[in-house]
Design a binder for this molecule. Sequence first.
Ligand SMILES: Nc1nc2c(ncn2[C@@H]2O[C@H](COP(=O)(O)OP(=O)(O)O)[C@@H](O)[C@H]2O)c(=O)[nH]1
Ligand SMILES: [Mg+2]
Length: 240
Amino acid sequence: MPTMTTFQFGKHKKSTNHGKPVKITVLGQSAVGKTALCVRFMTRRFIGEYDPTLETTHQFRTFVDGDPGPVDFEILDTAGQAENYLTQSQIKWADAFIIVYSVTDRCSFDEVMRLKFIINKTKDREVAVLIVGNKIDLTFDRMVSKEEGEKLAKSLNCSFLEISVRESYDDVKYAFLKVYHDMKHLTKRTSSPKLFVRSKSSAQIRGLTPEVPRPRERSMSVVHQVPLPQMDQFMSSLNE
Ligand SMILES: Nc1nc2c(ncn2[C@@H]2O[C@H](COP(=O)(O)OP(=O)(O)O)[C@@H](O)[C@H]2O)c(=O)[nH]1
Ligand SMILES: [Mg+2]
């Protein structure tokens, strides 16, 4: 039975997205660092071990320079064993996606393509997807090169980053802001097709966040935890 904890975003200011949080689903094989990524973004801390079976939704408010007020995020940290964790609703729910793999695990890299395929099949519109190669601090265990990651992301029409959640809070922060920025760019482009909107460079995006996060207006909460759904149910629902 899912549990629900009620929660309010910070009360100091209205968010720029006016009560409509940016919804990001974080996908990827088990143990690639999805929970570490989410927790690092919200708390700045790297905490070594998490329950790998818990699926969690977090609400988080932070500042993005260039936006007049704080931005509300809702982040769904998916969980589960290999193939058994995706539901259509998890994908339909989101505005944007982060697909994580570990550069030390080729199997998790191979999973990225399948996940992107499921996103394409489920969403009826183009959505922002960021592919993240995590654990680059484990230099000697690397199995997937940066070039392979870049090539895959390009072929799937996704943005790409390599990071170490363990080593760098800035990389993690940048990953979330990158996907937020990509999403905004895509929304503008699709809602006004005749308008030419220039994409910002990585350096410009990095410059977006001098004050992230402001502790007094930062807030976080676990919203719900749900049991793991079955992949076969999901796959059959896709074919209906
Ligand atoms: N060395 C290293 N370990 C990491 C990194 N990110 C996560 N981990 C570890 O990888 C394991 C799985 O992380 P977790 O966030 O639970 O993975 P999830 O199953 O995808 O949510 C944990 O032991 C983390 O401490 C990283 O950047 N570097
Ligand atoms: Mg996890």
